[in-house]
Design a protein around this ligand. Structure first.
Ligand code: FES
Length: 112
């Protein structure tokens, strides 16, 4: 029986494409839309769809302390946990596993 299992990790970008302070939207082979975040050299991967009204989080801004802000109505989330930090969002963003290897950013399954 063939399986359509997702790859364990997918290479989504080179590290050079995501300098500190940057956000970048990518799409996994599963169709999941991901927002990569570099906060002070730590790279995180979150869902790229704001849970308020589905705006792309990668079009928003990274604030001090690893907080990302949606550009549409200003909802804020913690980029490490996906937790909501400011209304109007009420549901957290999903968080995905990240690995840095061979100067590349690899993203895996959802971890929270
Ligand atoms: S769509 Fe993101 S705050 Fe409204």
């Amino acid at each position: 029986m063939s399986s359509a299992a997702r790859p364990a990790l997918e290479r989504v970008a080179d590290v050079d494409e995501l300098p500190p302070g940057a956000l970048k939207g990518v799409t996994l082979s599963t169709g999941e839309r991901i927002c990569l975040v570099n906060t002070d050299g730590e790279i995180h991967a979150l869902g790229n769809v704001c849970t308020h009204q589905e705006f792309a989080m990668s079009d928003g801004a990274l604030l001090p302390g690893g907080i990302i802000e949606c550009a549409w109505h200003g909802a804020r989330y913690d980029c490490r946990t996906g937790a909501v930090k400011r209304f109007p969002a009420t549901d957290p963003l999903p968080v995905y596993r990240v690995r840095i290897e061979q100067d590349a950013i690899w993203v895996g399954e959802r971890i929270r």
